[in-house]
Structure formats: structure tokens, C-alpha cells
Design a binder for this molecule. Structure first.
Ligand SMILES: [Zn+2]
Length: 66
């Protein structure tokens, strides 16, 4: 399944099996952070970075899907 970046319209190579709702992925082209709001069908929305510091990432990213 292919999806395009809502910001720059670049095709994103996202494996649906690899993402889950609420996960944040990043567009390789424009670097914007995108939140997976739906995995079926795959739907991405730009993350509102207002008041958010990139240097201060302290999100409990649950990357270990085991
Ligand atoms: Zn983009």
C-alpha cells in the first residue's frame, strides 16, 4: 500500500504491518512528523509541533513490538 506525504505529496514507503495507530513516522523528503491516525486504511496527519522542541524528545516510543 502506498501513501503520500500530506505535506509534500511525496510517496512514502510505509509498511502497514509496521505501523500502528498513534505512531509517529517521519517523511524522508520534507522531514515532517506524521502521526498514524488510522492503519486501515493507512492515514497520516502532520503532527502539530507547536510548543514542541525537537531536542526534547521524551516520548515513550514503544518500538519493541515483540
Ligand atoms: Zn513530506
Amino acid at each position: 500500500m502506498s501513501v503520500v506525504c500530506p505535506e509534500c505529496d511525496s510517496p512514502l514507503d510505509v509498511d502497514v504491518d509496521d505501523v500502528e495507530e498513534g505512531e509517529i513516522i517521519q517523511c524522508d523528503e520534507c522531514g515532517i512528523d506524521l502521526e498514524v491516525v488510522s492503519s486501515d486504511p493507512l492515514e497520516l496527519v502532520p503532527v502539530d509541533e507547536e510548543g514542541y522542541s525537537d531536542e526534547d524528545e521524551d516520548l515513550p516510543l514503544d518500538d519493541e513490538d515483540e
